[in-house]
Design a protein around this ligand. Sequence first.
Ligand SMILES: [Zn+2]
Length: 266
Amino acid sequence: MENLDFSPLNKPLIFDSHSHYDDDRFADSLDSTFDALSKSVKGIITCGCDIDSCEAAKNIAEKRDFIYFVAGIHPGNVEGITINDIPKLMNKIQGYTKHKKCVGIGEIGLDYYWTRETEQIQKEIFSAQLDLSLKLDMPVVVHDRDAHADTLDFLKKFKPKGVVHSFSGSPEMAEEIYKLGMYIGISGVITFKNAKKLPDVVKQMPLDRFLLETDAPYLAPVPFRGKTNNSSLIYYSAEKIAEIKGISTEDVLKYAFDNTLKLYNI
Ligand SMILES: [Zn+2]
């Protein structure tokens, strides 16, 4: 495992609203990574993406005060699931939501980037999980990759509380999300030179409508692009957002921190 780089600030108000610490890349160094992170971030949410990963996320959060988790079935993990399996899966997800460190249902959504062959079952599972979130009054963490129109249709139909993570839509789509009372998650992509629409989205984004996230181990911000991401590197995304909005990095971190606690009722 490569050495991780950490934020230059001592104890900044960083809350990483979206990560995957059950990923293999952290497996050998989970304790030392969290020891270091406990000194440089205030909170982390790690996401479950199928039943095994929900179990792993729960175990990670259970052992550490500053870590929370969300439980759900990711649209990339639906292969082999049939309509008949859905009620049993929803029971399992509901079971996880009873855990005191579980703060929402996710990562759920639609992903047409890898394949559209699973589109129908993706929609069934997304819809069942949105339904569950309303029943339990819990926020959802939504993944939308190359599926903007359908994702928005579902969100308008169900009107859940929650966030569209690593937002990649247009400023107009972001407006629709805010109208629904939802948040957008801004990841390290904001620091990438090829982030086309995102700077405009950030420019127009109200300060009470966004969360910061890493999607670690993925999407490390510049100057660490391509390396293993970790929650403290949110600092670099916050710095870029601060530059776009003409406010301080500390203020960006503080707004995102407050928004995260509010949405997840932490
Ligand atoms: Zn993710």
